[in-house]
Ligand binder design. Structure first.
Ligand code: B3K
Ligand code: ZN
Length: 878
């Protein structure tokens, strides 16, 4: 068998035929569902009557095929593994086909499959071709009428996109519902759900006064877990009206929760399908983080109704057109709804760890890739999160008002069309009059740009000279990089006054906080009338997705930590200060020298804890008291020393806890509350601050903290507190604390799959070196199933993030991951290809680990691989 071949953006051709209307009838059966399709098809102008009709189709059993009522002879078409070609067709016709598919055998969870007995679909990106023969590409947009036939007992609820227009009883205990979706859509937005579902209903009146029915469909036992998702949906609808002037466009909006789902959720028109983990919440079962995650995902999928559905992508290379923009929209929504600085800190902390790692690894790709083998592998942090950073930069460059005008023009000009990233950026250029030519390179160049900054204060002339030099490292297939247009938001903080100084550049007064535009490889900015020596505060609010290097002294960082007017940079100064201390400790560990704590970090923490200079926002404070993660520290090192990083970070945690024991305890006590749970920013802030402080105290097994954890666990007030207390007890060295607590929790929640996911994760993220055996044991647990992506992520995915355990020197961690990847390659290639990621980062480790990781990749490569896993593994070994 030959290796799978890539598809290239430069090969894009418009479709030869378009589908104007799609009529589908599903006769549901687990092993043999019949799908009847009637497609109204028209030839496009650039094609002629010799142009064959090419339809995608995979794993379909063709039962019949006819054009305008006349069955086709076998000689009139060619059937292959990937589709169907009809040699000659009229300019305009109706194609009728009947195929049979087996949802119960579909373990890939793409196309039509069964989850906990119910039928559901996932079509993006190329799942529709597993449902019927069709031009499965986003630039073919049709109206859809869908009839779903099922068993009245087993599938009392039959859902599809749009509005229900007819329903009735049929022979043999069967029934049907017919749905009509008047908005033309690409087939990746098609959805069907059937099963024994129950709904919670609400209504929303749009800004023009239309009433929309909102429904959330779940299994019966989850009816009490929908309130937060419904409230989030209504807030999202209001926010999109107020912020972007966008109104919902059908009479019905449905969300369905399913247990087996590859991603978080899917924005199918009028019928969003959600991973149950991304929609169900209850104070007893979901943490604050889960509540916030649900809010963000509900918003994200809802916002797609305009940024994705009404205006969609011409081809899958443009994926970030809808994803980057929609992530930016959901980030702004969450920032407006909760604490804006905390939202930014959380997003950036994650971005700088995970996306930077992707950009530095063998699968690095631009926000708009120019080729791929398997598009499913490109639902990445680069497409989503870096894409969102690029849209954010655009918005900051041209200002919100111009950005909003550009967005209005985009939605109006391209409504009902499938378009490109240029179309979007051109709207922004038109609305603002800016030349965004150089800016477009952000979409084409992979890799994280690095800025080396250097500053000098000229006392004699009261000038500050800031030199910025940019470079982007080579990435696979892109050796040479061109300079980018990088907006650097900044301030100069006076060392005497502690205040932002007025920025004057080339005679122009810019205010106290301004953006300088770095366009060349190197530029020097001369600020005049700088009355006192400043410390520069650079890249405020993370104004561009770059690595910024500035030779700050620890004193300067401590100064910014308390004086920077930008909350994000105050936090970042703390992270940089901690990083300097951690670097020293990592070196000490490696050289076998005694570790000594940097008292400047302790002093800074003391200032934060005791109030002087502390931010009023408790959620920000909790972030400031959180050390950089092991994964982030690893990203800063040329060769990752897994053990030294762990030892250094633990040393800092324990040193801080010993030095500030009473201060941490005071924070714990001051922020404990037993008011009724609500996922409000105020309550969440208090809980996170308390739990961060408790974490430090548990690092030294402080007796008061142990008692506090035990009480917090026993009180069962809410899952945030319960989970945190349980985690701290389980992650302590004290088996006597860990065992009974885990057992009781596991028994109590055995019936709830989402809580059991948490139970798995807590056990395999332990910092003691005996976790691998636990993973093997838990994979046999009745609550675990390799077919359920949430379980795989909670157990195996979480284990692979447990750095000291996954990277064991005997290589058993790598072998375990490879075993699971090999098994999943057959069952669910999309999940297998994601799971293999940690192994692909082998270049970052020492020689021994490199060899061990590579040999597991080689072992995987010996298998008959799906194109998904093949693409990732081949790149990693290239
Ligand atoms: N658009 C979906 C992506 C699903 C693709 C999975 N192969 C989720 C989202 O971004 O909203
Ligand atoms: Zn999305």
């Amino acid at each position: 068998m030959s290796d799978p071949q890539p598809v290239y953006l430069s090969d894009y051709q418009p479709p030869a035929y378009r589908v104007t209307h799609t009529e589908l009838t599903f006769d549901l059966d687990p092993a043999a569902t019949r799908v009847k399709a009637r497609l109204l098809i028209e030839r496009n102008n650039q094609a002629d009557d010799k142009t064959p009709l090419v339809l995608d189709g995979e794993q379909l059993k063709l039962m019949s095929l006819a054009i305008d009522g006349t069955p086709l002879a076998e000689s009139e078409y060619r059937l292959g593994d990937h589709g169907l070609e009809i040699h000659a067709v009229p300019a305009s016709f109706c194609l009728e086909s009947v195929v049979e598919i087996a949802p119960s055998e579909n373990t890939a969870l793409e196309g039509l499959y069964q989850s906990s007995g119910m039928y559901c679909t996932q079509c993006e990106a190329e799942g529709f071709r597993r449902i019927t023969f069709y031009p499965d590409r986003p630039d073919v947009m049709a109206t859809f009428t869908v009839t779903v036939i099922g068993d009245a007992q087993r599938e009392p609820v039959l859902l599809a996109n749009g509005n229900p227009v007819e329903r009735g009883e049929l022979e043999g205990g069967r029934h049907f519902v017919k749905w009509d979706d008047p908005h033309p859509k690409p087939c990746y937005l098609f959805a069907l759900v059937a099963g024994d579902l129950h709904k919670v209903e609400d209504t929303f009146t749009t800004m023009s006064g239309r009433n929309v029915t909102l429904q959330i469909w779940v299994e019966k036992e989850n009816l009490d877990k929908t309130e937060h998702a419904m409230a989030s949906l209504k807030r999202s609808m209001t926010w999109d009206e107020q912020t972007y002037g966008r109104e919902y466009d059908l009479d019905l909006f449905m969300i369905v929760a399913v247990n087996d789902f590859n991603m978080g959720a899917m924005e199918n028109k009028g019928l969003n399908i959600f991973n149950s983990a991304a929609v169900l919440t209850h104070p007893d079962t979901a943490t604050d983080a889960a509540f916030q995650n649900v809010e963000g995902i509900v918003a994200h999928e809802y916002f797609h109704n305009w940024s994705g559905n009404r205006v969609t992508c011409r081809d899958w290379f443009q994926l970030s057109l809808k994803e980057g923009f929609t992530v930016f929209r959901d980030q702004c929504f969450s920032a407006d709804t909760n604490s804006a600085p905390v939202k930014r800190i959380e997003d950036v902390a994650f971005f700088r760890t995970a996306q930077f790692a992707e950009d530095a690894g063998p699968t690095a790709h631009p926000v708009r890739p120019d080729h791929y083998i398997e598009i499913t592998n490109f639902y990445t942090l680069t497409i989503y999160e870096k894409g969102a950073e690029v849209v954010r930069m655009l918005c900051n460059l041209i200002g919100w008002e111009a950005f909003r005008r550009g967005a209005d023009a985009y939605f109006e000009r391209f409504d009902g069309q499938a378009v490109t990233i240029e179309d979007f950026v051109n709207c922004m250029a038109d609305a603002s009059g800016e030349d965004l030519g150089q800016f477009m390179r952000w979409y084409a160049q992979a890799g994280t740009p690095e800025i080396d900054a250097h500053g000098e204060y000229d006392y004699a002339h009261s000038e500050y000279h800031l030199t910025l030099r940019q470079r982007t490292p080579a990435t696979p297939g892109q050796a040479q990089k061109q300079p980018l247009h990088i907006p650097v938001r900044m301030g100069l903080v006076g060392t005497k006054s502690g205040q932002d100084l007025t920025l004057t550049l080339a005679g122009e007064t810019l205010g106290k906080d301004a953006v300088v535009h770095l366009r060349d490889d190197e530029q020097t900015f001369v600020f005049t009338d700088v009355a006192e020596a400043p410390v520069p505060s650079l890249l405020r609010d993370f104004s561009a997705p770059v690595k910024l290097h500035f030779p700050y002294s620890r004193e300067e960082l401590a100064f910014l930590l308390t004086h920077d007017s930008d909350g994000f940079n105050r936090w970042d100064a703390g992270q940089r200060l901690a990083m300097l201390a951690l670097d020293d400790l990592i070196a000490a560990h490696r050289n076998g020298v005694e570790k000594v704590m940097d008292t400047r970090v302790t002093d800074a923490f003391k200032v934060l804890l005791t109030g002087a200079g502390a931010s009023a926002d408790k959620a920000v404070l909790a972030e400031m008291l959180t050390l950089p993660s092991e994964a982030y520290i690893a990203e800063q090192q040329p060769i990752v020393d897994v053990d030294a990083i762990h030892a250094a970070r633990e040393f800092v945690r324990q040193s801080l806890a010993f030095a500030l024991r009473d201060e941490f305890m005071a924070v714990v006590e001051a922020n404990h509350t037993d008011e009724p749970y609500a996922p409000t920013p105020e309550q969440i802030a208090k809980r996170s601050l308390k739990n961060v402080a408790l974490g430090y105290l548990m690092a030294i097994e402080d007796e008061r903290a142990i008692a506090f954890c035990q009480e917090q666990l026993a009180a069962e007030h809410n899952m945030t507190d319960v989970r945190h207390a349980l985690t701290l007890l389980v992650h302590s060295e004290r088996d006597d604390l860990s065992r009974p607590a885990l057992k009781a929790f596991g028994e109590k929640w055995a019936h709830d799959p989402l809580v059991m996911d948490q139970w798995f994760t807590i056990q395999v993220t332990k910092p003691q070196p005996d976790v691998l055996e636990r993973v093997e044991f838990l994979m046999q647990h009745p609550a675990f199933s390799i077919r359920n992506p949430n379980k795989v992520r909670a157990l195996v995915g979480a284990f692979a993030q447990n750095r000291i355990n996954f990277h064991r020197l005997d290589g058993k961690g790598y072998a375990l991951l490879a075993d699971v990847v090999i098994e999943l390659n057959r069952l669910n290639p999309e999940i297998a290809a994601r799971l293999v990621t940690p192994l692909t980062r082998w270049q970052r480790f020492d020689e021994t680990r490199q060899g061990l990781m590579r040999s597991q990749l080689e072992r995987i490569k010996q298998e008959p691989l799906s194109s998904n896993v093949y693409e990732v593994v081949a790149k990693a070994l290239a």
